[in-house]
Design a protein around this ligand. Structure first.
Ligand code: 3PY
Ligand code: MG
Length: 258
C-alpha cells in the first residue's frame, strides 16, 4: 500500500518509485497497475481524454489497489490544480513550467494558508465530503505532492530560480517536449537530449530537489535511475498494453504447424 507518507519516506531515503501514465480513462487499468505493484499512477489530463467526473473514479481505483494517484493537470491554472486535489489526488504534476513566477503560482494554487491561497471548500471528496474534521483536512491537504515539469530548453537558463521555489517537491523532466525544443522531436535518446536531462538532474540534485523523468524502455529507466533520478514514470497504459499485445502476437505467429 503506497500511502502519501510511505511514498515520501521512500523518496527521503533516496529510493526509487515507479509508475505509468494513465490515458485510457478506465479505472480497471489503474487497478491493474496497482495490483501489479507500481508505486504511483499519473492520471493524465494533459494528453488523455479524462474529464473531472471521470477522474474521481480513477482516483477511487487507485485507492482500491494501493497505488498513489497523481494527476497531471491540463495546465498550470488554479482550477486545473485545485479541482484535481479536491477530488482526492495525492499530488499534482503540472506541465510546461516556464518560470519561477509560474512555479510560485502553482504552489499558491496547490496549498492552503499559510503556504498558499488554494480556494477553500471542505465539501469535497478529499475531505470525505465534510466528514473529515476541518482542521485535520486543511493540514492533511497541504501534504499533497507538488511536481513540476520542465520540458523546454529556454527553462534551462533560469532553472536555479525554479529550483529555489518553496513547496516544489519533485522536478520532472519531460524528454519528449524537451527533444522537440532541442530540434530533435521524439528522439529522446539523442545525445543532446541525454546531455540536457543529465545537466538538469545534476543541477536539481545539487539543490537537494528530487527529480523525475519519463522513460519508455527499461534501458532508459536503468540509465536515469543510475543518474540519481528517483521518480521514474514508466511508459503509458496504452503503450504497455500495445507492447504486451505485440509480443504475444509475435509468439503466437511463431507457433509451429503440426
Ligand atoms: C514529455 O516527455 O514531454 C512529457 O511530458 C512526459 O511524457
Ligand atoms: Mg510533455
Amino acid at each position: 500500500m503506497n500511502t502519501l507518507q510511505t511514498f515520501k519516506n521512500r523518496l527521503a531515503k533516496g529510493n526509487a518509485v515507479y509508475g505509468p501514465f494513465m490515458k485510457t480513462g478506465d479505472a480497471a487499468f489503474v487497478e491493474c497497475a496497482g495490483h501489479a505493484g507500481f508505486d504511483f499512477a499519473i492520471l493524465d489530463m494533459e494528453h488523455g481524454p479524462v474529464d473531472f467526473f471521470n477522474l474521481q473514479n480513477l482516483i477511487r481505483g487507485a485507492e482500491a489497489s494501493g497505488i498513489l494517484p497523481i494527476v497531471r493537470t491540463y495546465d498550470s491554472s488554479e482550477t486545473a490544480i485545485s479541482k484535481a486535489l479536491d477530488l482526492g489526488a495525492k499530488g499534482v504534476q503540472v506541465p510546461q513550467i516556464q518560470s519561477a513566477e509560474e512555479a510560485a503560482e502553482v504552489v499558491k494554487a496547490a496549498k492552503y494558508f499559510p503556504e498558499g491561497e488554494r480556494g477553500v471548500c471542505r465539501f469535497v471528496r478529499a475531505a470525505n465530503y465534510s466528514s473529515t474534521p476541518r482542521n485535520d483536512y486543511f493540514a492533511q491537504a497541504n501534504e499533497a505532492l507538488v511536481i513540476m515539469q520542465v520540458e523546454g530548453k529556454q527553462v534551462l537558463n533560469h532553472l536555479d530560480k525554479i529550483l529555489a521555489v518553496k513547496g516544489l517537491d519533485i522536478l520532472f523532466i519531460g524528454p519528449y517536449d524537451l527533444s522537440q525544443s532541442l530540434g530533435v522531436p521524439g528522439q529522446v535518446s539523442h545525445p543532446t537530449v541525454v546531455e540536457a536531462i543529465s545537466k538538469i538532474t545534476k543541477q536539481a540534485r545539487a539543490a537537494n530537489v528530487v527529480t523525475g523523468v519519463f522513460c519508455d524502455t527499461p534501458e532508459a529507466a536503468a540509465l536515469w535511475r543510475s543518474a540519481g533520478i528517483q521518480y521514474l514514470s514508466y511508459s503509458v497504459d496504452v503503450g504497455i498494453f500495445t507492447d504486451a499485445c505485440r509480443s504475444l502476437v509475435n509468439q503466437l505467429q511463431n507457433n509451429k504447424k503440426d
